[in-house]
Design a protein around this ligand. Sequence first.
Ligand code: SF4
Length: 898
Amino acid sequence: MEIILGYWLDSKIYPDELHGETASVGKVFTGFHGLVNILEMQFGLSFPEIADSIRIAEWQATITKVDNGQKPYSNSFKTDSWNTARELKNRRDELVLAGWNPKIQRGGGKWIEAIAEIEIANIEHSHGFADRVCSLFKLLKQQFLPLSINKITIIDEDESLWENWVIEMIELLKLNGVTIEKMPLQPLDLPTPPVTDLQKIKAALYDSKIDVSNLELTNDGSFIILRSEQEWDAADFLISWLQQHGDDNTVLINNSNNLLLTELFHRRGLPTTEIQNYSKWRSALQVLPLTIETYWKPARVDRMMELLTLPISPIPRRLCTKLANSLAQEPGIGGEKWNDAIDNAVTEIEELWIAEGLNQIQVKKRIADLQEKIDLWINHEYYDPVEGIPCEIIEKICRKIGSWAFARNNFEPNSIFAQIYTITNELILGLRTLNIENINQLQLANILDSILGAGSKLDGYIAESASWTSVQHPGAIWGQANTVLWWDFTDHSSTNLHKWSDSERHFLQLHDILLSAPEQIRRRENLSWHNALRFAKEKVILFLPSKVRGEDVKAHPLLDEIRFALSKLNTEEHQLTIYAEELRKNENVKMIDITFKRHPITTQPIPGSIRQWTIPKQKVKLRDKESATSFESVLSCTLQWTLRYGANIRSSNALSLPNESVMLGNLGHAILERLIKENKFTNNIDIQQVTGEIFDNLVPKMAAMLLLPENQSLLRKVRRDLQKSMHQFATFLENTGVSITETEGIYSKQWKDNINFEGRLDLIGKTTSGRTMLFDAKWSRRPSNYKTRLQEGSIQLALYHWLLSTSEEDFIPVAYFMLQSGDFFAVADEDIPPQYHVESFSMNETLQTVRTEITKVTNSLINGVAVATGIEEEGAEESIFKPVCRFCEYQNLCGVGR
Ligand code: SF4
């Protein structure tokens, strides 16, 4: 076997292994990780793959044992034990790889000593990469082992920049009879004098023998800096360029693993390289983290909703749908709707099994299994995030999800199910390694995060055959290419080069433990960047956006060296810079030596808004059963009514938690109803206290979102508001002597031939004079809106008034009660004290208007005309009842929203 070895050759390289030759067995291009794998294989060493999370858990467990609170890591370990353990383990790996042995090299400062203490205490630890390298060293030091490697050819210019363990390994391989050769440095091959801009820049950078001070750049397109505001402009240029010129002598450096670029390539019909794009948000992968999140206090109904609406999960679908529907109405757990949803789902599932022909014993067994699922996913305990959750419960969850994933994988093989199975096992193993009874939320989240890693690989981004070659790093270019395109020429440096102090380095050096020095690392990186220029024969284009994913980015550090070279050539960067947005401005764009022809696409303007709509005559009319909501709709906008009730066109019923107003309105109604039913509006009861108690009891069941830490001030405010408003309700009853006789009563009455009208009336009471009184309770941030509504004529109250009346002359006191503010807005009546009165039309007057208008609009519908009254038109008749277009789901259809 012959190995071509280079620091950056562990990923895709250019030229590839064949380099235009016929395939030959036994010639391998690789980096150091690949070399370690080859040696292990040849020595028959095999180590089971150990997940990093398991090694971190081992370190965390050992640190827990040795930490006496006085260690340098004690404080950070107390705050975030997982990440502290990870950092210490990583430092240990770096030391071990450099040859450190804590039993031999003692001392070195508080951090090295602390790491040594943990390492010694961590007796039966799993092996990571550093340990694998140590095992290889032991074997290589024995010498004359049977190695079938004839020759290693090193392509790197300066091996002294390698990490020390690699240098040592190469020495040992030499002693083991492997021939080590160095590939001669490829000459620059520049003509004298240099002709193209690229050659001149290369001469300024690499050939001190050539006097470049008299050379002038001609802007010949051989060296281009392409700047853009955003990535997609640059991508547009790159794709257009590749479509015209991309060939097998073109290398694209793309280390950003860029999903956006891949998508844009696909959109324009270009092949892409494989991108390692992972997502932890793939729905099946979310089952475990979401389940765990629903176990913490306070109950997270939003997370529960996510869990219930996952497209794939181990929870029975029927149960999920019913519970999600219940949450969509009452966002809480354990309330009436929630419990009903569980009961109904169990009954329906049982009926289904019976219908399938299962016998009683089988049904009983399945019911027991279903109950176990309900207990695990739905009706479980909640745990304090700081005190933690018993590890045995997490294990139980993992086992359930693991066996579900295992079964799914057998039934429908998919790597994601296999991955879930592995993840659940890793979590169980990690928890057992920690050897603790309870685990807190932060620790658990860190472990899970580490196990899930980047998530599951996204399908559909596989390598496609392209004439050009893509590499991830400029160091992976080791031979000449006509063109080098460097995508995302920005600064990606993030490595902390200063984690070891000078005194620690000094100590290690004294003991022959040689860590790579920061300047060595920087030099190694720097040399590799230059490959992009050195190996480019004809053209280099550097793609430099100002923003990546909306964030400002800095130019790659190599640009400073290029600027320096340009200064030697008396040129400035902007002379070689072109701007990608120019592409969008003209049909034919010439950019230095490249001409792009752009073809405009024809666009179709969106139709304008339409006020008057033609509909089939005699088809759209009032239904057999009507309600106040439907009448309000038809009176304010016949188009809205036609679409909703005539054509049955609705926005999709996406399951989501209700908005805040709906949730608080439901909660307020429920509290009021309970106070009435439990007869709490009597003199000797402290209504505020009772309201507070009912509120505390109902919030987890109906409005659990209020319990989240970020909603604490809202929770207190709503509690106070409701206490105050219920107190005002009690005062109203006391001042007026009105008694409540019925809540949520359903009434119906004949509106016209064949049309029945039905309404659910919030509260019905009796005045001191024995008359019926009607209340409608509302939750609104702007209570005064309801006062205005009453003043202008409330359709709903007029219709409910009619429902309760025994004759057209009957006159019943009516009032709005505002649940948030406690305000009462009542139509003037002798049985209601004047402070509650609002000057308004009488209910009978409003009803008369409603009748007249209903006849008018229904006639218009019968005659085939529906009017979008929210669209203004000169000369059009104004409707008495105005539509509220901002809440209408047909805005985009009629044109109001455009
Ligand atoms: S947006 Fe306004 S005008 Fe348009 S359909 Fe809805 S209510 Fe009618």
